[in-house]
Design a protein around this ligand. Structure first.
Ligand code: 5GP
Ligand code: MN
Length: 342
């Protein structure tokens, strides 16, 4: 980690009286884990500062037990107050995204803000929207990077149980419980240090993964039995969900989290996609195995992006048109997909 950047970040944190931490729309475990983990640390590094964690829209209920989750300000629910905090912020910490546009409805306010903007993130191809960047695509998660930043500024002794719980959630969820993006020893060294701070990693796992509502579990069953298409020739499986499907199962935020991974766990499948109908768009969630790059596919065809093996995007056509279009582009990728079968 670059010493000059670290010294700059430390000085900015200590010298700012008004700080905002922002993360991407549809915040996931790493977005919330890195933001809350850093929030707890900032409160100890600069107790006099006003620090606010701001998210563009609601986050899943399985993250609401996290320490200080109740302090998170959701733009969707509290627009005017949040705009004021962004306008008066001297420092803006941007976590777990690579382009300000990923903050969705917060974007115009963040773009106009005069705050010094620091990016801490692990997505490829960060944009030039920031004053200082800590960007590392080798890291499992932004939470792992926050661990690195905290230890570089203050040493691992600055961690406490709250910080450790939050960062553990981020690393665990962004690696699919240590099944991908976790080949580096550094990830496990960070986790070892977190575990040393008296966190119950088994309980955390249960709180995140074993808290399905009955409706959510039945929705998953419906996805797999009624909405799954397997295209063997293309080593591709996709699931689609209409608004009616979601309403039928009383869909809550976060209920479709993880659904796409079931499609990917079919033997021989390299590309898995979930299409979800939203108010004004079809939301697309993509996963791949091996070298097949869904970030490129999402960027080229669906106005999106993400990581090599996990990306997202949008379509503004109807569901049926989107599915037809998706199937029509697969031949373009057949060779690359086939190379990743093992
Ligand atoms: P998910 O499928 O879980 O929504 O997203 C998977 C990954 O892709 C996440 O790392 C997320 O940050 C990124 N991602 C999702 N949607 C978009 C998008 O519309 N644009 C970009 N640039 N990245 C996205
Ligand atoms: Mn992440």
């Amino acid at each position: 980690m670059n010493h000059q950047n670290i010294a700059n970040i430390r000085d900015r944190i200590q010298q700012s009286s008004s700080i905002v931490i922002v993360t991407h729309t549809n915040p996931d475990g790493d977005a919330i884990g890195s933001s809350l983990g850093f929030y707890h640390y900032l409160l100890s590094l600069n107790p006099a500062a006003s620090v606010k964690v701001i998210v563009p829209n609601e986050f899943p209920s399985f993250l609401k037990w996290m320490p200080a989750a109740e302090d998170i300000m959701v733009y969707q629910l509290n627009e005017n107050e949040i705009i004021k905090y962004i306008e008066k912020a001297e420092l803006c910490l941007c976590l777990d995204f690579n382009s300000l546009k990923r903050t969705d409805k917060l974007f115009p306010y963040l773009e106009a803000s005069k705050a010094f903007k620091i990016l801490i993130d692990h997505h490829p191809q960060p944009e030039n929207d920031f004053d200082v960047m800590i960007s590392s695509i080798e890291s499992s998660s932004t939470s792992e990077l926050i661990y690195d930043v905290i230890s570089s500024i203050s040493g691992a002794g600055a961690l406490n149980q709250d910080i450790a719980s939050c960062l553990y959630v981020g690393i665990m969820t962004d690696t699919g419980s240590f099944s991908y993006s976790c080949r580096r020893p550094e990830t496990y060294l960070a986790v070892a240090e977190l575990i040393r701070h008296n966190i119950d990693s088994e309980l955390i796992h249960r709180k995140i993964y074993d808290t399905y509502s009955e409706n959510r579990m039945r929705l998953l069953g419906f996805c797999l039995s009624e909405r799954l298409t397997v295209l063997k020739d293309f080593h591709t499986a996709y699931i689609y969900l209409t608004k009616d499907d979601l309403n039928h199962f009383y869909h809550q935020n976060g209920d479709t989290e993880g659904v796409v991974n079931y499609a990917l766990s079919i033997e021989g499948i390299v590309l898995a996609v979930l299409f979800t109908e939203k108010e004004d768009r079809i939301r697309i969630s993509m996963r791949s195995k091996g070298e097949f790059n869904v970030n490129e596919m999402a960027r080229k065809h669906f106005n999106g992006g993400g990581h090599k093996n996990a990306s997202g995007g949008d379509s503004f056509a109807s569901m049926s048109e989107t599915l037809i279009f998706f199937e029509s582009i697969l031949p373009e990728y057949q060779d690359d997909i086939t190379k990743s079968v093992n």
